[in-house]
Design a protein around this ligand. Sequence first.
Ligand SMILES: NC(=O)c1ccc[n+]([C@@H]2O[C@H](COP(=O)([O-])OP(=O)(O)OC[C@H]3O[C@@H](n4cnc5c(N)ncnc54)[C@H](O)[C@@H]3O)[C@@H](O)[C@H]2O)c1
Ligand SMILES: [Fe+2]
Length: 427
Amino acid sequence: MSRDYRWECQKAIWRGIEVVFTGAEYLWGWFFPDPKIIDGPGAIKKLPAKIKEDGKKKVLIVTDKGLMSLNLLDGLFEAMKAEGVAYEVYDDVQPNPSIENVENALKLYNSTGCEAIVAVGGGSPMDCAKGVMARVARPTSTVKNLGAFVFQVTAPISSLPHLTFNGYLPPKLYAVPTTAGTGSETTIAAVITDMETHDKFPITDPLIRASVAVLDPELTVGLPKKITSTTGLDALTHAVEGYTNIWYNDKKFNELGKEAVKLIFQWLEVAYNDPTNLEARQQMLLASYNAGMCFTRGGVGYVHGIGHRLGGLYGIPHGLAMATILTHVFQDDFLFPYTYEKLAELADAVGITGNSKREKAKKFIAEIRAMEDRMEIPTGFSEIRDEDIPIIAERCMAETNPTYPVPHIFTKEDLEVFIKEHLQIKE
Ligand SMILES: NC(=O)c1ccc[n+]([C@@H]2O[C@H](COP(=O)([O-])OP(=O)(O)OC[C@H]3O[C@@H](n4cnc5c(N)ncnc54)[C@H](O)[C@@H]3O)[C@@H](O)[C@H]2O)c1
Ligand SMILES: [Fe+2]
């Protein structure tokens, strides 16, 4: 069998699996409702009443040390006490949360008799909390196994013998994002880092979705400029990758992606330049949520496939990786020929004009880069070492295919050239 023929067969198999996932995505959309949103300034203080209404007496709060030192959770703690809801705090989550973070938080959850989880923070605490949910549901599995393939919490054939009635359903999650953001408060994914292999992997399952998302703009006014810009561009990446992918998305989710792009074009730089502007902060939380909805159905793609490797190998923050890679992926020699028609629709949504779809799409990508320049986003990474490029390409292939319905399936060699020519900065 020739190499070309094998490659074509491989791609056809991946596309076939993606089509099967399409059906699964529609099905779970019926069974797993979207999180209930509590929003507005001070919304976090309303959460304990909701927890009490749900009958939960004790919760594990998952957060990080940075947020604790900023006293960002004080309002929540007071409202918990006022409502008589007991809590334990796990605040050791590191950026790019690790398997150890999940296991340690799980131990605290189990040893203190918690009944639900509240995650307060950016994607890292929210994903760590979702990892704990998965492990509570699958006490005999491992974080790695739960991330080995999609839907391993819902239908893990390998774990079926271990199913127990009590262990089956994960606890409820109340998610409070403090960045805008990852959209993790609505997505079905938790991205975890394996510190041994220095790689990140997603646990993807509707059972680890939050039941409640608190979108409180007062929590994000203290975000440093750099985190405001990079996390906002992470949300933009979710919307653009979700929108331009080829399966899964239907009208509702495409519209949410488009809405997110519009909001980010309108409000991200306002929030960046005027951090205490509560309207900008609220609109960015909404944009992040909508973008999370869009990619939960449409999937992400090469920006994430490569960016996760940079987080795992070099500890590069997720948002910074996304912001830096995004516009490169939509260039002429990579995804542009396969995506320009959809990019032109996004250009229309933000009022960019042009004589052809190609021209509009080009201007759309150029405008994102101009926005990034104004917010001092770098154009590449000096961390990328020559010897790592094949590993980055290989792991990107493994994450992207067949889970994400990318507009075009590139070979490992294509990816290596792309990383070398577009992303690596030689010092
Ligand atoms: N589950 C998903 O669907 C999904 C989607 C995208 C990204 N992710 C993951 O999310 C993680 C990144 O999350 P992130 O970008 O939100 O960053 P993060 O949670 O890692 O936080 C980054 C830093 O910002 C600080 N911070 C957070 N909120 C703050 C606030 N309001 N004020 C001041 N400082 C604040 C934190 O203390 C931390 O030091 C990555 O691991 C990424 O892979 C998950
Ligand atoms: Fe992301």
